[in-house]
Design a protein around this ligand. Structure first.
Ligand SMILES: Nc1nc2c(ncn2[C@@H]2O[C@H](COP(=O)(O)OP(=O)(O)OP(=O)(O)O)[C@@H](O)[C@H]2O)c(=O)[nH]1
Ligand SMILES: [Zn+2]
Length: 191
């Protein structure tokens, strides 16, 4: 099949084969609908493959500020591209708008989903969010910090369920030490 299109029938077929290959009976009652369920769930979990960050950030409005806007504790659910197991945690996004151009706060959370709903690695997810805010919104400065647990490290392999992975991306004037420190303080502030 061609790369890029979502092939629901292909997913159903692959899941049935997978169940057989792990020694299960795909025709037993509890599993009969599983290929279909996974095909529907995967359409949602990997929807970001067919979404463009441009669309999410298209609607702008003006607020009389060129100061930092920061939304923290955005829930994040993604899937690691190595094991196709979930990694999940929080994303914190701060940006300094250009010419008073801002987007609705919910769009920052939508932007997270556009990139999280793909087979991912956390580092790429983090810098893709930052780059979209620079490239599409022309933000003068951006900070993105993600803080996640990877199930491929918790439930298998090295089995370290307490380990958190934190990755960050700074762009533009957010690289300035004082600005960066202000953003980090807002992110780390106790509730
Ligand atoms: N850098 C990075 N690594 C990740 C991410 N998600 C999972 N990994 C790691 O990707 C690596 C894949 O390593 P491999 O040696 O190819 O696979 P593996 O034998 O299954 O690795 P183990 O998990 O150590 O058993 C593992 O060390 C994972 O912990 C991520 O988002 N970023
Ligand atoms: Zn993994």
């Amino acid at each position: 099949m061609t790369h890029g299109a979502y092939d629901e029938e292909g997913v159903r077929h692959a899941v049935r084969l997978f169940l057989q290959s792990i020694g299960e009976d795909p025709d037993r009652e509890g599993l009969q609908e599983t290929p279909d369920r996974i095909a529907r769930a995967s359409r949602e979990l990997f929807a970001g493959l067919n979404q463009n960050p441009k669309d999410v950030l298209a609607k702008r409005f003006t607020v009389d500020t060129e100061e930092m806007v920061l939304v923290r504790d955005i829930e994040l659910y993604s899937v690691c591209e190595h094991h196709l197991l979930p990694f999940h945690g929080l994303a914190h996004i701060g940006y300094i708008p250009d010419k008073n151009e801002v987007v609705g706060l919910s769009k920052l959370a939508r932007l997270v989903d556009v990139y999280a709903r793909r087979p991912q690695v956390q580092e790429r997810l983090t810098h893709q969010i930052a780059d979209a805010l620079v490239n599409e919104l022309h933000a003068r400065g951006v900070i993105v910090v993600t803080d996640c647990e990877h199930l491929c490290m918790s439930m298998r392999g090295i089995k370290k369920s307490q380990a958190r992975t934190i990755t960050s991306a700074m762009r533009g004037i957010m690289r300035d030490p004082a600005t960066r420190a202000e953003a980090m303080q807002l992110i780390l502030q106790t509730r």
